[in-house]
Design a protein around this ligand. Structure first.
Ligand code: NAD
Ligand code: ZN
Length: 359
């Protein structure tokens, strides 16, 4: 069976396009009681962007600090409960921020109409009903969360997305000027997520002409951003990286991620290491699997003077390493894409352990 994927219904792209958000939302404000919920990265509190968020009437505005931890099921449940208890069902949910905020917005939209805790829905097609209208406005480029079919949450038992066709945003607003203030290290880590998405989606059993077409273009854009004559953070590269993120997301949607992501989920689960940073630490050690990708990645690391820690595993306990191996090896679809459906015959538990010990 081939994947039958729902894409984002509407996309507006271009510098300054954030100014169209008010008009876009006005179509959804049909009755006097209709209200919107804005979920915004706390970074923007008190910044100029705050004054441009089209909040009106009965709308709710939440500023969320994403730094303490990646999005959790508890956080999404609490937000959903607060919205329903204070005002009832909103006409729309708008997430303005990086991958963390976009995932929270997608998950809240779904949980407003699905009963119980979001924990119950971590997995593929477990959600029962469509969520409310939801809009994504990325303010960092790289995760592809703006286009993906999943909202990744960490729950008490696992880190896994609410993955179904209703997770996908109804509308995205891609305004590259919103990314101008991203700190340099973060710009690198998150941008590398898209680079790694493409290398992994294009190296494995599920690769196909569709995923490769998006992947090649996204890789070309990443090279211009991180290695080209005008590389670095500037208006031109901000535009390119925003499109690379989108295309990287589309590439992996029609293929799959691979070994770096499988290991990354283990590292994030045990230590709470943030996704994009975890990927960079891991990818740095995966020459055996992705030789050309890792060579080029190291060139980008050197060019932008990015520090990536090594020898971390020296301080890890036996129990922590075993847990990481468990979490990682449970991601059958990633290993199967990277190595083959018979991956369990080709890579042993001790080899996966050894990959963690390289870090
Ligand atoms: P993030 O949302 O975690 O934010 C990282 C940091 O950047 C935060 O400190 C934030 O406040 C700051 N920030 C955001 N925008 C800024 C701006 N314009 N200026 C200054 N600072 C800004 O970053 P991310 O790397 O985009 O997202 C990582 C999350 O995305 C993880 O939780 C990961 O699990 C998730 N993810 C989801 C998918 C998906 O398909 N749903 C894919 C990959 C990653
Ligand atoms: Zn990723």
């Amino acid at each position: 069976m081939y994947k039958n994927i729902r894409n984002v219904a509407k996309t507006v792209y271009g510098p300054g396009s954030f100014n169209q958000l008010d008009e876009i939302l006005s179509e959804k404000r049909q009755h006097a009681t209709d209200f919107m919920v804005f979920i915004v990265d706390n970074y923007f509190k008190g910044k100029e962007l705050e004054t441009r968020i089209p909040v009106s009437g009965q709308d709710m505005l939440f500023f969320i600090d994403v730094d303490p931890h990646e999005p959790t099921t508890q956080q999404v449940d609490d937000l959903r409960d607060e919205i329903l208890q204070t005002k009832g069902l909103p006409a729309g949910v708008i997430g303005i921020g990086g991958g963390s905020i976009m995932d929270i917005a997608k998950a809240v939209s779904l949980m407003l109409t699905n009963e119980g805790s979001s924990q119950r829905y971590q997995g593929l097609n477990l959600i029962k009903k469509p969520g409310v209208y939801h809009v994504g406005v990325p303010t960092i480029s790289g995760t592809g969360a703006e286009v993906s079919t999943t909202a990744v949450l960490t729950g008490p038992e696992k880190k896994l997305g609410l993955k179904c066709e209703w997770t996908v945003f109804d509308q995205i607003v891609l305004d590259p000027t919103l990314t101008a203030t991203v700190p340099r290290n973060q710009w690198f880590y998150t941008g590398m997520d898209t680079y790694i998405h493409c290398i992994e989606s294009m190296t494995g059993h599920l690769k196909n002409a569709y995923s490769e077409a998006y992947g090649y273009k996204a890789l070309e854009l990443c090279r211009e951003v991180y290695l080209g004559a005008n590389s670095g953070q500037n208006p031109e590269t901000d535009e390119k990286l925003m499109v690379a993120s989108l295309f990287g997301g589309l590439s992996l949607t029609y293929s799959e991620v691979g070994i770096c992501h499988a290991l990354s989920y283990g590292l994030s689960y045990v230590f709470g290491t943030r996704h994009c940073y975890a990927n960079c630490i891991i990818f740095n050690q995966l020459e055996d699997f992705y030789p050309e990708g890792v060579r080029e990645f190291k060139e980008m690391v050197a060019k932008h003077n990015i520090y990536l820690p090594q020898n971390l595993s020296q301080n890890w306990t036996e129990e922590q390493i075993e847990k990481m191996v468990d979490v990682s090896m449970a991601l059958n679809h990633m290993w199967s894409h990277a190595i083959g459906p018979d991956w369990k015959q080709k890579i042993s538990r001790s080899q996966v352990r050894e990959l963690f010990e390289r870090m």
